[in-house]
Design a binder for this molecule. Sequence first.
Ligand code: CU
Length: 334
Amino acid sequence: MSHLSTNLSFNYLSRRQLIQWGLTGLGIATGGVLIRNLTSDSLASVRIPKIEPDVTPLLNNPFNPMKILREFDYGTLKQENGVKIREFNVTANSSLLQLNSGVSFVSWNLNNRVPGPTFRVKEGERVRIIFHNEDGHSHSLHFHGIHPAEMDGIKPIRHGKKMVYEFTAEPYGVHLYHCHIAPVTRHISKGLYGMFIVDPPQPRPPADEMVMVMAGYDINNNQHNELYAFNGLPNYYRDHPISIYQNQLIRLYILNMIEFDPVSTFHIHGNMFNVYRTGRDTTPHEETDVITMGTGERHILEFSYPYPGKYMFHPHQDTLAELGCMGMFKVIPS
Ligand SMILES: [Cu+2]
C-alpha cells in the first residue's frame, strides 16, 4: 500500500479522489497509474502519466498548477438525521504570488491557491460549504447553479467571520463560484474564484480528467490585464507541458474567469474537440477546435490525440497567449 501511495503522490491523484470515485481495482502500470473503473459497465481503465518530480523552482509560490490540474475536492461525506451532506471547508486569505521572475502580486485567494479548490459533487446531493474569511477585506462565495436567495452569497462576510452556505446541488454541469463583493472585477481578478462540478446521476465515461481556469492579472490597477494564466501561474504549462497518453480520452473542464476582457477563446493544436456546453448534456453539442467564452462561461471539452508529440493550447486571441495564457500537451505513445 505504501508503494501505491508513493506512486499516487507522484501522479497527483489523491487516494481520497480514487475512493470518492468508487474506484476499487487499482494496479500500477509502467510509468503511470492504471485505474480500473469498476463502476462503469465497460470496465474501461484510465492511465495517468507519471509526473516527474519538479526540478524547476516554483518561485516560492504557495501552489503548483500541475497539482491543481487533476485535483478534485469531494469534501467530507456526513450523515445527519438520515440526510447525506457533503461538507467543504474553505478559507479566504491573502498571499503573495510570484507571477514570473520580475512580477509579484498580492492575491486574495481561497485555501492558498488560485484558482480556489475544484469542488465536486453529484446532482441532488446536499452540499454544505463552510466559508471562513481570514482576509483583511470582506468577501463572500457566490455559487452558480440553482439555490435559494439566502444562499446566493452576495452578503459580505467580514474578516474573522464564518458563513455556512448550504443547498442541494442542481443542475448537473460545470459551474463556478466566486466572491461577489464590489468591486467584483477586483475581487475576482485578485483570485477569489474556482470551479464547481456537479456530476450527472449517471457518471460520464472514464477519462483522464483535468481542470483549467483561465484568468487575468491587473498588476497596476488600471482595469486592464497585464498578464494571463491557466490555473494561476502565467506560462506554467508552456514551460511544464501536460503529459497525456495517445488515444486516451481527455475530459477538460474549462472556465473563463478573465475580467476586463469581454471574451476569451480556447484552441488546441493538431486536433478537434467535442463541446458539452456548460456540461449540461452527456452527448456533445458540437465539434470544433476554437470555442468562444464570455467571462463566467465554462464547458466540457473532450478529445484524444491520435499522434504523439507536443501540441500547444491557448486562446486564439494571441495577445492573451503572448501574455501568459499558453500551454502544451505532451502526447506520449501508448
Ligand atoms: Cu471578495
